[in-house]
Design a protein around this ligand. Structure first.
Ligand code: GLP
Length: 239
């Protein structure tokens, strides 16, 4: 795993945006794997600036998002669909038909998992996958113990994940219990991965990641088995 140490959140966001823009400029029909959470927000803000000020063209780009809550409905303010629309997609020229986010309100969730995984196989895999890291090491919504062979699947969210994400809801009770997420195997199919960590609340996870051997109990560590992963980490997260 390569490590890029940056000064702060702003530098992390600029670095990540720059890598994305490089891919999009060199391969107009590129596939991007995108994440939600607080960490990529700055990257998306920089991408919007790049679209407006640097003529970056997303017209032919395809995107795959990692995960979605089950049971919120895509128009819910806290759905990842709404997050992606508000924080990125509606501000750049990506074509709506090229945007892929798992459907957390599908009638048949098992078929939705299969449909999504097939789509990644048909169109993907991502040329570049952006990932955040949960404090328990989760990537996407792959909680500790998730098999390295997992593809898109349904998960029961860990209590610590629900608590961490409760800040976006009016109470913990409102945080969904389940989500649909690309699996570890689906993520590992990406050609290149940038794992982002910013802030002192991520320092412990970063330390564990750097020190441990690949272990399903700390999902981010299995990325060490992939040939092209870069941890982008700022000083307060231990970089
Ligand atoms: C969330 C998301 C992940 C994200 C992680 C860290 O639960 N499902 O994709 O990377 O937790 O979030 P944050 O960036 O807000 O710390």
């Amino acid at each position: 795993m390569n490590v890029v140490s940056v000064k702060d959140y702003q530098e992390l966001s600029e670095y990540t945006c720059n890598e994305i823009e490089r891919v999009v400029r060199s391969t107009p029909h590129s596939v991007l794997g995108l994440a939600t959470g607080g960490t990529p927000l700055g990257t998306y803000r920089e991408m919007i600036n790049g679209f407006k000020e640097r003529n970056v063209d997303y017209r032919h780009v395809t995107t795959f998002n990692l995960d979605e809550y089950i049971g919120l409905g895509r128009d819910h303010p806290q759905s990842y669909y709404t997050y992606m629309m508000n924080n990125l997609f509606k501000h750049i020229n990506v074509s709506p038909e090229n945007i892929h986010i798992p459907n957390g309100s599908a009638e048949e969730m098992d078929s939705e998992c299969l449909r999504y995984e097939r789509l990644i196989e048909e169109i993907g895999p991502p040329d570049l996958q952006i990932l955040g890291i949960g404090s328990n090491g989760h990537i996407g919504f792959n909680e500790p113990g998730t098999s390295i062979t997992s593809e898109t699947h349904i998960v029961e969210l860990a209590e610590s994940t629900r608590k961490a994400n409760a800040r976006y809801f009016s109470s913990l009770d409102e945080v969904p219990q389940h989500a649909i997420t690309m699996g570890i195997q689906s993520i590992l199919k990406s050609k290149r991965i940038l794992l982002l960590a910013s802030g002192s609340h991520k320092a412990k996870a970063v330390k564990t990641l750097l020190e441990c051997l690949p272990d399903e109990q700390f999902p981010a560590s299995v990325l060490k088995g992939h040939g092209d992963v870069t941890l982008v980490v700022d000083e307060s997260a231990g970089g």
